[in-house]
Design a protein around this ligand. Structure first.
Ligand SMILES: CC(C)(COP(=O)(O)OP(=O)(O)OC[C@H]1O[C@@H](n2cnc3c(N)ncnc32)[C@H](O)[C@@H]1OP(=O)(O)O)[C@@H](O)C(=O)NCCC(=O)NCCS
Length: 142
């Protein structure tokens, strides 16, 4: 497991439902409804979160959806604004990728939708853009 920055504890598993909604909302990611989050929070293949030891606040998180064999999708990369640019995002991503490396046979395919704030972080970990060969496409059901 990756080493978190001093003052933070890296925990296996997702944060609580309230912490999850807080992290998504305050980091600027679209928040799901409470019902959606409650149904989906424990459904990921892997998840970690980081707790700020002094305040007890869940300051960062990330999850992986995956088939356990070769296909993995990283979601919910979020760090509270006041805890950003301290290496938390890097620690979360390192932990998630280590988990995939440990559990999956060699050659796993890992992808994500890279919003601007995380793109340099992902590139440092080896992610490359899939366009123009493959474009991310999405559908929101009514
Ligand atoms: C993307 C996100 C998770 C990154 O989290 P983070 O904790 O800030 O990430 P890190 O601290 O590991 O790295 C971010 C930057 O801080 C720098 N940094 C890390 N530790 C630092 C330190 N101690 N001092 C100064 N800078 C530092 C990194 O080098 C990096 O710089 P770069 O982006 O210019 O390359 C966070 O910005 C976020 O939640 N954004 C809003 C939600 C979002 O867009 N999520 C991504 C969806 S794809």
């Amino acid at each position: 497991m990756s080493t978190p920055p001093p003052g933070y504890r890296l925990l296996d598993g997702p944060p609580s439902l309230d912490e999850y909604l807080e992290l998504r909302t305050r980091s600027g990611l679209t928040p799901p409804t409470r019902d959606q989050a409650a149904a989906g929070l424990s459904g990921a293949w892997a998840a970690v979160h980081l707790v700020h030891e002094e305040s007890g606040v869940a300051a960062g998180m990330g999850r992986v959806l995956g088939d356990g064999g070769w296909y993995f999708h990283i979601i919910d990369m979020a760090v509270l604004p006041e805890h950003q640019r301290r290496g938390l995002g890097d620690a979360v991503l390192t932990a998630l990728l280590d988990t995939i490396r440990r559990a999956a046979p060699p050659g796993a395919y890992v992808n994500l939708l890279g919003d601007p704030p995380g793109r340099r972080l992902y590139a440092r970990h080896g992610f490359t853009e899939t366009a123009p060969h493959s474009l991310g496409m999405a559908l929101r059901l009514g």
